[in-house]
Write a protein that binds this ligand. Structure first.
Ligand SMILES: Cc1cc2nc3c(=O)[nH]c(=O)nc-3n(C[C@H](O)[C@H](O)[C@H](O)COP(=O)(O)O)c2cc1C
Length: 341
C-alpha cells in the first residue's frame, strides 16, 4: 500500500508505520508484546527527562529487552548538554533511535519550557538537536505539533521546521494538531484542536529532503495507506494500544511480509518465555499482562480472557499458570474467523 519510501537509513523503512510514545502505556512490557504482533513497525518508548538517565537510576530507566527492537527512546528537556549525555547512554545500551519531544502540552513546561512549549523557541530546539546529533551515530528525530496557541499557521510551522532542520535533523514526526497551552488539559489537547493533515502533506511537499511522519487520529489501515501517498510514515497511538491485535496486519500490508498474520494465542505463546523470565526477576505478572487485556477487544465472547488477565493476572502472587490459562482461553476463542466476527 502507498508509495515506496526513499530509504536513507534502514530505520526509515520501519518508521513507515510506527507506534507512538505513550506515557504509562508504551513501557518495555507493552513494547515487547507489540513486537510479537508486528516485527517491523518501529515502537517508541515514553518520554523521559535526560536527568533520570544521567543522574538517576540507570538500571531502572535503561532496562529493555533485545526482543523489542527496533525501538526508539524519547527524551524531553531543553538542556543540550544533558540531552547529549543521555543520548550517548541510550546509544551505548542499544536503542535504535533517539526522539526529542517537542509536542507535550503539559502545564509544567510553562516555567522551564519543554515539550510543545519549545515550539516558541526554535533556537533551543535546534541547539538540542544539534548536540544530540553530534553525540551519537543513531538517528535523532523530533516529534512535534503544528504549532501552539495562536502561533498556528502553516508559515509558522514551515519557519520552525526550517530552523530546526539546520541542526541536521532529517526526520520530523508531526502530530497534526496544534496544542492549546492555555486552557486545555493534556488529554483535551489530543482531541480538541482540529486535525490538519493538509499542513503535514504540504510540509513534505515543500521539504522533500526530509522524512515526514504523520501522527494523530489514524484508526484505519486504508487511511494510513492514503497518508503514505503524501508522507513517509504514519504513527499510530491510541488505537494501537487499546486494540493491539489490529497491528497484526501491519507486516503484510506495509512491509511486504509473506508470513500469515499471527493469531492471538500465537502472540500470547510468543510472549511466554519473556513472561517466565520477568517473573523470575520479580516483576509482578500484572505489570506485563495489563497491556494484553485488549487483545480481543472487538470480540464480545472474550470476556473470560479479559477476566483471566485483568482479575486473576492482577492478583498478588499471580504466577505462570495464570498466564498459561490465558493462553488456553485464547486458543479456545481463536477458532478460525472467530476474532473477526
Ligand atoms: C496515554 C498517552 C500518553 C502519551 N504520552 C506521550 C509521550 O510520552 N510522548 C509523546 O510524544 N506523546 C505522547 N502521547 C501522544 C501520542 O504519542 C500521540 O501523539 C497522540 O495520542 C495522537 O496519536 P493517536 O491519535 O494515534 O493516538 C501520549 C498519548 C496518550 C494517549
Amino acid at each position: 500500500m502507498g508509495n515506496p519510501v526513499v530509504v536513507n537509513h534502514p530505520l526509515d523503512r520501519n518508521r513507515r508505520i510506527c507506534i507512538a510514545p505513550m506515557m504509562g502505556w508504551t513501557n518495555r512490557h507493552a513494547r515487547y508484546f507489540h513486537r510479537q504482533i508486528t516485527r517491523h513497525a518501529l515502537t517508541y518508548a515514553e518520554m523521559l527527562a535526560p536527568e533520570a538517565i544521567v543522574r538517576g537510576n540507570r538500571e531502572r530507566w535503561l532496562r529493555y529487552s533485545q526482543g523489542e527492537r527496533p525501538v526508539a527512546f524519547q527524551l524531553g528537556g531543553n538542556d543540550p548538554k544533558m540531552l547529549a549525555a543521555a543520548a550517548r547512554e541510550l546509544e551505548k545500551v542499544g536503542f535504535d533511535e533517539i526522539n526529542f519531544n517537542v509536542g507535550c502540552p503539559s502545564k509544567k513546561g510553562k516555567t522551564n519550557p519543554f515539550g510543545a512549549h519549545l515550539i516558541r523557541h526554535p533556537e533551543v530546539v535546534r541547539a538540542c538537536m544539534q548536540e544530540m546529533l553530534e553525540a551519537v551515530s543513531i538517528p535523532v528525530t523530533i516529534k512535534t505539533r503544528l504549532g501552539v496557541d495562536e502561533q498556528d499557521s502553516y508559515d509558522h510551522l514551515a519557519e520552525f521546521v526550517g530552523q530546526v532542520k539546520q541542526s541536521g535533523c532529517r526526520v520530523f514526526i508531526v502530530h497534526a494538531r496544534k496544542a492549546w497551552l492555555n486552557g486545555l488539559s493534556t488529554r483535551q489537547n489530543r482531541e480538541v484542536p482540529p486535525l490538519r493533515y493538509d499542513y503535514v502533506y504540504r510540509l513534505k511537499r515543500e521539504f522533500p529532503e526530509l522524512s515526514v511522519v504523520l501522527n494523530g487520529g489514524v484508526t484505519d489501515w486504508s487511511e494510513a495507506a492514503e497518508h503514505l501517498r503524501h508522507v513517509d510514515g504514519v504513527m499510530i497511538g491510541r488505537r494501537a494500544y487499546k486494540e493491539p491485535y489490529w497491528l497484526a496486519e501491519v507486516d503484510r500490508l506495509f512491509f511486504e511480509a509473506q508470513d500469515p498474520d499471527p493469531n492471538p494465542p500465537e502472540v500470547m505463546r510468543r510472549c511466554l518465555p519473556y513472561v517466565e523470565a520477568e517473573l523470575t526477576r520479580g516483576t509482578p505478572l500484572r505489570e506485563i499482562v495489563r497491556h494484553m487485556v485488549g487483545l480481543y477487544r472487538a470480540a464480545p465472547a472474550a470476556s473470560a480472557f479479559r477476566r483471566q488477565l485483568a482479575i486473576q493476572g492482577h492478583a498478588k502472587g499471580a504466577d505462570k499458570t495464570v498466564y498459561e490459562e490465558a493462553i488456553r482461553i485464547a486458543e479456545r476463542l481463536s477458532r478460525p474467523g472467530r476474532y473477526l466476527e
